[in-house]
Design a protein around this ligand. Structure first.
Ligand code: ADQ
Length: 495
């Protein structure tokens, strides 16, 4: 059986020492696949060193082989803080106003992808399939192909693919899209992203589609499809019955006695619509004086990417906004918004979700949004809470029984809160049942298996099983030998 090599910017396998409750569903699902396929998970260690050495750090963590490499400070600034977080992230979330078009960032991005390819190369065996994740690593297949790798390589984009007009604001947009054509399979979260990508290919570079569904452009062929990511719904339902979740649930119920708790859980990111959510909640308090004392908003938002100015600015604005709303509406014995900037274990979050009468998930753009699915998975079937979900989250395509809103409208947020908090039990149960069935059916394991089998060519037409012609710049052996000396430690572990 082929081995699976997973590549992502950060490597995050479950660590038994921390308890599995601290590991996200995506990491668990990838780790399970890696155990099944006896694969390797490769990525950046999260550490910086004075000079890049290409030295691989190999570890075996809970049955998963993990290979990480350190980056130089300049690489970290240009590739990670720069092109990934100041260029691609804002642009792909429709924030042209926050997008940095700095040439040095693009150069750092290409350089790190090249270094990753060279470091990864000696680990790849002829039958391996390689699965690369997210916007940090778009050119990685191109770099691997340049080194002669002919293996099947797939790419999954966790964030939205934006409209054509936005992509072309990138000075090197052609190069970026051409790099995607070095993959055998490109996965998007939604049909909308897939169509936006195809739109670019057809109208910007005069690409086409074969009758077997392959995209053709730049003299190359690839396949692209939507694979909506899910959560481990069963695991969440199990966690919610555990001791920790029950304790958290009891504590939250005691703290919100006589009041209905509405919850928000997000990384502190401008794409998540936190300001719009708060302004909508403020509107609700303003429009419903009779309900003010009966509701509270718990917003959990751990600080994220705080080396980037846009994130520092957002934090300052949010602190000010929350201060203003609490100042205006708090009484001696109650505060409308509880604002928490830290991370919690998954089982703690499960208890919080379960104690909440509604969740506000209001991104302005989001590839999918797993919080919406986790909230549904954690509800009590006898007395479920109501999901209020932005139409701009990828999840809105599958979760039509949520209250779907436009977060840019404070009135819509306010009306949805009113509706959610007064919804009768029969309607809540009906909506929740449909949502839960979907979350359970289209879970993270289904997502992973669908992608891997499509990459292997099992679930798509025959064309996919015929390897595409690849330029061989040098043989895999020659390139691997050149780099082998540098990676002796890695070779030892594999042996
Ligand atoms: P993110 O932008 O990080 O992911 P999301 O899908 O909501 O967004 O995932 C966040 C995860 O972090 C959830 O599992 C959530 O439970 C966890 N989390 C959030 N706040 C937390 C806290 N305070 N403590 C502990 N855990 C917390 C990107 C894309 C998304 C896409 C995912 C997966 O931006 O659109 O859904 O990848 O593909």
């Amino acid at each position: 059986m082929s081995r699976l090599i997973v590549v992502s910017n950060r490597v995050n396998p479950p660590n038994p020492a921390d308890g599995e409750s601290s590991t996200g569903g995506l990491a668990m699902a990838l780790a399970a696949a890696l155990r099944e396929y006896s694969g390797i998970w490769f990525g950046w260690s999260g550490k910086t060193v004075p000079e890049f050495s290409g030295q691989l750090n190999m570890q075996r963590i809970d049955g998963v082989t993990v290979a990480t490499v350190d980056l130089e400070e300049t690489d970290y600034q240009e590739y990670y803080n720069g092109y990934a977080n100041k260029t691609l992230w804002p642009l792909f979330h429709y924030r042209v106003d926050l997008t940095a078009y700095d040439r040095s960032f693009g150069q750092g991005y290409d350089r790190v992808n090249r270094l990753f390819a060279e470091t990864l190369l000696p680990l790849i065996e002829p039958d391996d399939i390689v699965w690369i994740h997210d916007y940090h690593l778009i050119p990685l297949a191109r770099e691997l192909r340049r080194l002669g790798v002919t293996n099947r390589i797939g790419f999954f984009l966790h964030i939205p693919w934006p409209a054509h007009q936005l992509v072309v604001t990138l000075p090197r947009h052609r190069q970026l899209v051409e790099a995607l054509f070095d993959y055998d399979l490109i996965g998007f979260q939604t049909e909308e992203s897939l169509q936006a990508f195809e739109g670019y290919v057809f109208s910007e570079v005069e690409g086409g589609k074969t009758d077997r569904g392959e995209l053709v452009a730049f003299g190359k062929r690839t396949r692209a499809a939507a694979f909506p990511i899910g959560v481990d719904a069963q695991d969440f339902a199990r966690l919610v019955d555990g001791d920790t979740a029950r304790k958290v649930y009891d504590r939250m119920m005691a703290h919100s006695v006589f009041r209905k708790m509405v919850v928000g859980v997000d990384r502190l990111d401008y794409s998540k619509g936190l300001e719009e959510r708060l302004i909508g909640f403020e509107r609700f308090l303003h429009d419903h004086p009779e309900l003010r004392r009966e509701v509270m908003l718990l917003q959990i938002a751990p600080i994220s990417r705080d080396e980037v100015e846009a994130y520092q600015d957002l934090r300052v604005r949010l602190d000010g906004l929350i201060g203003r709303i609490n100042g205006a509406y708090a009484e001696m014995d109650f505060t409308p918004i509880r604002w928490v900037n830290r991370s919690y274990r998954r089982d703690e979050l499960a208890g919080v979700y379960r104690a909440s009468k509604a969740a506000l998930v209001t991104p302005l753009r989001d590839g999918m949004n797993l919080v919406a699915k986790e909230f549904v998975a954690a509800q009590d079937p006898e007395d479920p809470g109501v999901l209020i979900l932005s139409r701009f989250a990828g999840a809105a395509r599958q979760m039509k029984d949520a209250l779907i809103i436009n977060p840019n409208s404070p009135e819509e947020v306010s009306d949805a809160l009113d509706r959610a908090l007064s919804m009768d039990l029969t309607e809540r149960q009906r909506r929740w049942r449909t949502l839960f069935d979907n979350v359970q059916r289209e879970d993270v394991t289904a997502w992973r298996d669908d992608f891997v089998s499509a990459l292997k060519g099992e679930s798509i037409s025959d064309a996919a099983t015929a390897p595409l012609p690849r330029p061989r710049v040098q043989s895999l052996d020659t390139a691997a030998k050149a780099l082998k000396a540098r990676n002796t430690e890695a070779q030892d572990v594999r042996a």
